[in-house]
Design a protein around this ligand. Sequence first.
Ligand SMILES: Cc1cc2nc3c(=O)[nH]c(=O)nc-3n(C[C@H](O)[C@H](O)[C@H](O)COP(=O)(O)OP(=O)(O)OC[C@H]3O[C@@H](n4cnc5c(N)ncnc54)[C@H](O)[C@@H]3O)c2cc1C
Length: 380
Amino acid sequence: MDFRPTEEQALLRQSVRAFAETEIRPHVREWDETQHFPIELVPKLAALGLLGIQAPEAYGGAGMSALDYCVCIEELARVDPSVALSVAAHNGLCSAHLLMFGTEEQKQMYLRPLARGEKIGGWALTESSSGSDAGGMRTTAVREGACWTLNGSKAFTTHGRVGDIIVTMAVTDRAAGRKGISAFIVEKGTPGMTPGKKEDKLGMRASDTSEVLFEHCRISSSQLLGDEGQGFVNTMQVLDAGRIGIAALSVGLAQGAHEAALGYALQRKAFGKTISHFQAIQWKLADNATRIEAARLLTYRAAYLKDRGRRTTLESSMAKLYASEIAVKAADDCVQVHGGYGFVKDYPAEKYFRDVKLTTIGEGTSEIQRLVIARQLLSQ
Ligand SMILES: Cc1cc2nc3c(=O)[nH]c(=O)nc-3n(C[C@H](O)[C@H](O)[C@H](O)COP(=O)(O)OP(=O)(O)OC[C@H]3O[C@@H](n4cnc5c(N)ncnc54)[C@H](O)[C@@H]3O)c2cc1C
């Protein structure tokens, strides 16, 4: 067992951190306030390989490992969790689904431009009446000759408005239940697919989130992704990997909040000394640093196993559950350490506090992670 990062991983962390500090940090507050998805950042993310992190070089990607992916997401989330969420949805959901289940032709046609950052990807599973119970979706796809016709609507799709390629799940055989769900690749501009309401969110406000509406949206049979009826099963496999990304996002966000608290504790004075002298503050810092390290190790372990081809349903859910919940605590403590200044927008504490809540909800709530973990334990 070797806990040291490789030289390449240390360099990768350094370069993503430098990028986030110079290209993202100065704009975080403005993008949050205006709910602006920073489209202007896309070519810069692409130049660093951050839009094709795990896609092989043969498809225009950077060919990095799952562990490298964690480092990238962590460093982005440390500065702006919204940007990290967008990068995670593009890479870890849309592109990952294409990479895992696409045909060679689909990978060349759709994955390549996504990995090169020429197109933005979205992944639409959730509907207004089915989130945790994703198998209860209502959107349908009906085969008509060489085409499929989609009808229905998706909710909370990251990049629902700005996405160029949306991987969408739909019911193809209602009687077959979860085995009657299939995945489809739909391109922006296809008649019948339109973005719906843009969500006005508590946090993660620079990440584009909206409904996606399908009304007699006809696509070619070549846009079926994976085998017919396997969409739900494949989705669970995509989420096994995706949840490692949300765990990494949580670790990075917690790290950012912790550093903000530490910095503030060293400069804020009360009763004639900096508040870092008070044991109550020190314990918060110590507990958070310890929990973040534990979450990081759980996350890296899941990524390490994924890199070795192991199915990581249990490890991914454990990492996602723990990292997201300790991140909530880190963000809460960050506000507390800042006192009244944690409540106002001049400091980053309040934004971490708002952003962090998504981590216990997106890609499966904490309750669903516990359900997945318990099922894994009970089936052994
Ligand atoms: C900013 C943002 C971005 C998102 N991006 C995407 C995206 O790109 N693509 C996508 O498909 N979805 C996306 N989502 C949707 C997200 O994955 C869902 O919101 C999430 O899975 C929860 O579903 P829900 O909102 O319907 O809540 P519900 O499923 O209605 O859950 C409500 C509450 O009930 C609990 N609950 C439900 N079932 C059980 C159970 N069996 N046992 C115990 N408790 C239970 C839940 O844990 C939760 O506390 C996004 C959401 C947000 C907010």
